[in-house]
Design a binder for this molecule. Sequence first.
Ligand SMILES: O=C(O)CNC(=O)[C@H](CS)NC(=O)CCC(=O)C(=O)O
Length: 268
Amino acid sequence: MQAAVIQMLSVPDLASNLRQAQQLLIQARQQGAQLAVLPENFATFGMVSEQLMQAASIVQAWAQQITQTLGLWLVAGSVPVYNPTLDKYWARCWLFNAQGQIVSQYDKQHLFDATVLDQQGGYRESATYCPGDSLSVVSTPIGRLGLGVCYDLRFPELFAELRRLGAECIALPSAFTQVTGAAHWEVLVRARAIETQCYLLAAGQGGDHPNGRQTFGHSLLVSPWGEVLQQASVGEAVLVADCDLDYLHDIRQRMPVVAHKKTLLGSD
Ligand SMILES: O=C(O)CNC(=O)[C@H](CS)NC(=O)CCC(=O)C(=O)O
């Protein structure tokens, strides 16, 4: 079954991002994809906090319609969903089936608070966002799919847990910075694929955004053996590759790392 990874260069305009995403999803479907993954904040990248409040319901209705129309499963980026208790947003990733229903959701668990040597100087995602606390792995046409978002990539324990929950493919909507992406993105995506023996569908934002942010792009589809099946550069892109579960199960059988795993002394 074919999966698509969509790369975008989103702008601070919801309608324009949704139009762009729609065109890219049509291409993905034409290329035979059964499921597509959009990047982090594909609809709202660069919009300021007050503009985010209305976005979730608009994006949800849009995604419901396009998945139904195209007959395509969709990992709808991450989208800011307001949490009134904390007056912050969850970075929520919805999984839509081809009938337009939300079958699963995941809220980004690790928030990107870091000093980065770029023009921004640093990021404090926790000022606007609150972390989630549960994981998602569900059956899809491309296999059992786990969800993670962007900075989560740096926390291998989360990926090990997705594998333990039965993941065969892992979708990772992202918006890595240019600087940290150039240093770490491909190595980390491939490492997580190799460790978990899963297909990694890593969809990024890529290029110079109107709000001054520079994202790394280089979205990737990686096999459970760590092979780069498809890779973008910057700008918009649609990457399609086959998620071959027979190949995956061969790899797992030949190298049964889960069965070999030890509980290290001193850990729980
Ligand atoms: O703010 C938005 O509109 C979109 N969201 C992001 O860009 C997020 C939070 S600031 N970026 C990351 O998590 C980058 C992680 C990263 O680059 C790394 O781990 O090196």
